[in-house]
Each structure stands twice: as structure tokens, then as C-alpha cells.
Design a protein around this ligand. Structure first.
Ligand SMILES: C[S@@+](CC[C@H](N)C(=O)[O-])C[C@H]1O[C@@H](n2cnc3c(N)ncnc32)[C@H](O)[C@@H]1O
Length: 105
């Protein structure tokens, strides 16, 4: 994936938005997972220097035409998500991409 320096966005500061929901939610809650996403998530420090609590920002991974759904890869590891009883949870992926693995986790 490209880093912020090499992305196609001209003004990097305006190219991403935070999905940090520590204080309150935002439009990031509507962004679905895709196995071939057009956004990528990156940890960003901009208002403090604590690397343990970075802001997570989304950047365009490619030139995205108008009206195309924005998606990113949730990066779950298959068979690593468990319920409160310790049982492995499985969730199907419906992203519809040619590279879809069929599983979100
Ligand atoms: C942050 S929300 C995304 C927005 C949500 N789809 C909505 O309609 O408000 C994350 C949830 O959306 C669903 N979801 C997102 N991407 C998905 C995908 N590729 N396949 C299946 N479910 C997905 C899952 O239920 C997931 O827990």
C-alpha cells in the first residue's frame, strides 16, 4: 500500500479522516470491509506524541471515482475472533470483489 507521501492526494492533511471512536462515533461507522478495498488505514499522531493511542485514519489507496463505495480491509485474522465463551466466531464476507475470501473472520 502507498504511504501518505506517495498517495495520489495533493494535500495529505486533507486526504484522510479519523475513525477513532474513543470519544464519539463518526461517518467511519458506515464504511464496510472489502477484500479488495479502495482505502487503507494508517496510525497517525497529530495532536499528541503517544504512540500507544494513535488516531486511525483512512486514506485513498487509488483514484476513486465519484459515487464509488469506500471500503477498507478490517484486517481480522480468520478463526481468531472468539465470543465471550471462547468459541471461534465466523462471519461471512459479502464484499463481492473478485478476490473475496468469503470470510470477514
Ligand atoms: C462499521 S459497520 C459498517 C456499516 C454497516 N454495514 C451499516 O450498514 O451500518 C461494520 C459491520 O458491517 C457489516 N459488514 C461490513 N462489511 C461487511 C462485509 N464485507 N461483509 C459482511 N458484512 C459486512 C458487519 O456486520 C460489520 O460488523
Amino acid at each position: 500500500m502507498p504511504d501518505a507521501q506517495s498517495s495520489s492526494c495533493e494535500v495529505v492533511e486533507d486526504a484522510g479522516f479519523t475513525i477513532d471512536a474513543a470519544q464519539y462515533g463518526n461517518v467511519g461507522r458506515f464504511i464496510n470491509h472489502s477484500c479488495s478495498p479502495n482505502l487503507y488505514a494508517q496510525n497517525v499522531l497529530y495532536d499528541h506524541d503517544n504512540k500507544r493511542i494513535p488516531h486511525i485514519m483512512l486514506f485513498a489507496a487509488e483514484n476513486i471515482p465519484p459515487l464509488q463505495e469506500l471500503t477498507y480491509h478490517y484486517n481480522y485474522t480468520i478463526d481468531q475472533v472468539r465470543d465471550s465463551n471462547g468459541n471461534i466466531k465466523k462471519k461471512s464476507c459479502y464484499c463481492g470483489s473478485d478476490e473475496c475470501t468469503g470470510r470477514m473472520y
